[in-house]
Design a protein around this ligand. Structure first.
Ligand code: ZN
Length: 249
């Protein structure tokens, strides 16, 4: 063992001198990143076969490039993901901005909607705050039949209490069986949805009707009749008699 290592050591000294030219050439070929020590080790490993050393160096260089490329790609991917996240964030912020704008708009309506007919219009009383701020105002007609010309109205303003709502832009039926018909329309639009909105065109005459939803009341009446009927049926009577026997009722 000791002899061997001694031999190796002397070998290395010999090769040190032997490979100086090769090392210089390789450094010139591959550039400064390659260290002399490393080259020495490689040449010794390949027993002076420079072709194999070059092959290994080229292989290393290719692997290094591959690694760099992978890193670059993963960096690009990270950047892209970051950008996407930023864009997403921006979008959320924008959405929130839009939402707050919407909220503002919802807030800036004067009055509330009630079951039946609701008309949205503008007050023309100069001293009215709603009028000054040019805010749309809700007028509650509730359950009724009404006819009006959309730009010649005199509905009472919920804010200033004066009959100065002179134009209507929107009709909203809330929780009612209703129909709406504009001048020129031969067939009225009827519906009984929970909430329906219609835009009102300027200068047209409109007829609006709203009734409480009867189907509901009807079905309750029906249910009561049916249960009364059932209670009076022979089977129930027999059952009640039976129960009375045992003093349960
Ligand atoms: Zn007003």
């Amino acid at each position: 063992m000791q002899d061997n290592s001694k031999n190796n050591h002397s070998d290395i000294n010999e090769k040190d001198r032997k490979y100086v030219k090769e090392i210089k050439t390789l450094i010139r070929l591959f550039g400064s990143p390659i260290k002399e020590d490393e080259l020495k080790q490689k040449i010794e490993y390949h027993n002076g076969n420079i072709e194999l050393v070059i092959k290994e160096l080229v292989q290393q260089s290719v692997e290094k490039e591959d690694k760099l490329e992978t890193e670059r790609k993963s960096n690009e991917l990270e950047k892209k993901q970051e950008q996407e996240q930023e864009q997403e964030q921006e979008k959320v912020t924008n959405d929130n901005n839009n939402k707050s704008v919407q909220k503002e708009m919802e807030k800036t309506e004067v009055g509330k909607t009630k079951p039946g007919i609701n008309l949205q219009g503008h007050c023309t009383n100069e001293n009215c705050l709603a009028s000054k701020a040019k805010l749309p105002v809700w007028v509650n007609i509730e359950f009724d039949n009404i006819t009006f010309i959309s730009d010649k109205t005199s509905f009472s303003c919920p804010d200033c209490k004066k009959p100065t709502i002179t134009s209507i832009v929107k009709a909203m039926f809330y929780n009612s069986e209703h129909s709406i018909c504009a001048s020129g329309d031969s067939i009225p639009v009827t519906d009984n949805n929970y909430q329906c909105s219609y835009s009102i065109k300027s200068g047209l005459s409109y007829e609006l009707k709203a009734n409480k939803i009867r189907q509901h009341a009807k079905s309750i009446e029906d249910l009561r009749e049916r249960s009364e009927h059932a209670m009076n049926s022979i089977e129930i009577n027999n059952l009640v008699t039976e129960l009375q026997k045992y003093e349960i009722t």
